[in-house]
Design a protein. Structure first.
Length: 435
């Protein structure tokens, strides 16, 4: 980080600490808004000076690891990566890892200057690697001994999917299809653009095939926080798209989802679920990020309202859309940045029933940091059934000044008895299994 950016980041941190202290003095410390019926505080707009608090990226010391829950252990499946964000386990057991980074656009205000400087200090923005790496654990010891460049010269790749002999990549500007041969460690052929998306803003494009393999679902986040740049620029954003792979047509499956990142099927009901990052600037717990089932044609509130039909007074309203807004299923706490999502069958990890695993990247818009861990939400009868449990923690220093890592993507390991976690600050893939 340049000297100017570093100085600006330090100044922002100083001003932010004063603002945080002021808000704490005039407010109350609340428990996290979690569950099907969360206690969500009334909105308190932070105005032109939103809370801005991010830890400096430190990385892991040699031999240091995150902390696994009792009965579990964790080891490094792979290290030496560059900002790994998402993973896909191939049928032969190979693991592909998308390495990409936020690329800041032109700053629009003093705050956006400060935000970019702070993100760089937190290793959350910079020059994107724009590649997919293939990891192979041929001897099955839980450590990948082979690292190969599988695809390169991409554009902020994130989601991946394999259907037959076609490997799909969710670049920020569209979905690209590549020919794939089983066991290949590198794709040399050119890709075919399946569909295009507008880049920028929330840039991740997660992919999930339908259960019959005929369609592809794509999560596309908003350009802005609350549509402040104009809703015309948000067209085809803040939604989940459905692509018909036979004809290439595309439609919006569900909308009003500010930043739907992780996508997963609940296998007993065949229902699509997602985790969504909600809006900033209304308080530590207002509104919470959430896990929700996704209804075809459903509208989930953004930018006009949140958690059902609670109006965001900062936004010009659309009463017709607000009247259709669906209340999410399960709150995950304010600003946890819940990104990763996968279904975990019962018995994958000892002591854990079936349910959803969620990678929480961690907050920047609250006075006390939240997230920075991997959690599990138990399911019964197709719905969340109990409070979240930690699977992996310890990514954040106790004083909140530094982060050793930040979890993003989560997926079941090739052996079906482990969980893999992408850590984009620690530049590692962690493997969690029975102790």
């Amino acid at each position: 980080m340049s000297g100017t950016s570093g100085f600006l980041a330090r100044c922002v941190a100083l001003v932010g600490n004063v603002a945080i202290a002021w808000r704490r003095l005039h407010g109350t410390v609340r428990e996290q808004a979690v569950g099907a019926t969360p206690n969500i505080p009334a909105a308190r707009s932070q105005g032109a000076l939103p809370t801005l608090k991010m830890p400096s990226a430190r990385g892991w010391a040699h031999g240091q690891t995150p902390q696994a829950a009792p009965g579990l252990r964790v080891n490094a499946f792979a290290t030496g990566l560059k900002h790994p964000r998402w993973m896909l386990v191939l049928p032969n057991g190979d693991v592909t890892v998308a390495e990409a980074l936020t690329v800041p656009g032109p700053p629009r205000s003093v705050f956006s200057h400060a935000m970019v400087a702070t993100m760089k200090r937190a290793a959350a923005a910079g020059v994107s690697p724009n590649r997919i790496t293939l990891l192979r654990d041929a001897d099955g010891d839980g450590v990948a001994e082979t690292h190969e460049t599988f695809l390169e010269h991409l554009n902020q790749p994130f989601g991946m999917a394999l259907l037959g002999d076609t490997f799909y990549v969710g670049n920020t500007d569209g979905v690209v299809a590549f020919p794939y041969r089983d066991g290949a460690t590198r794709v040399g052929a050119a890709g075919r653009v399946l569909t295009a998306f507008k880049p920028g803003g929330h840039w991740t494009r997660s992919l999930l095939p339908s259960l019959d393999g005929r369609k592809l679902y794509v999560g596309v986040g908003s350009l802005s926080n609350i549509g402040e740049l104009g809703l015309e620029l948000e067209r085809d954003r803040a939604c989940i798209h459905e692509i018909d792979l036979s004809g290439g047509s595309r439609r919006i499956f569900a909308s009003g989802l500010r930043n739907p990142v992780g996508l997963a099927w609940e296998p007993n009901t065949g229902v699509l679920w997602t985790v969504v990052n909600e809006r900033d600037g209304l308080g530590d717990e207002t509104p919470p990020d959430y896990l929700t089932s996704v209804r075809e044609g459903g509208f989930y509130g953004w930018p006009f309202c949140y958690w059902g039909r609670t109006l965001d007074e900062r936004v010009p309203q659309d009463a017709a859309l607000v009247s259709r807004a669906i209340t999410p299923d399960y709150a995950l706490g304010g600003h946890t940045a819940s990104l990763g999502l996968c279904w975990m069958p019962a018995g994958t990890l000892p002591g854990f029933p079936e349910g959803m695993v969620i990678g929480q990247h961690g907050s920047w818009n609250r006075s006390t940091l939240s997230g920075y861990k991997v959690v599990f939400v138990p399911f019964a009868d197709g719905r969340p059934s109990a409070a979240p449990r930690d699977i992996l923690s310890g990514f954040l220093a106790p004083d909140e000044r530094e982060s050793y890592g930040r979890p993003v993507g989560v997926t079941i390991g090739p052996d079906r008895k482990s969980l893999l976690v992408a850590d984009d600050v620690g530049d590692a893939i962690w493997r969690v299994c029975a102790a």
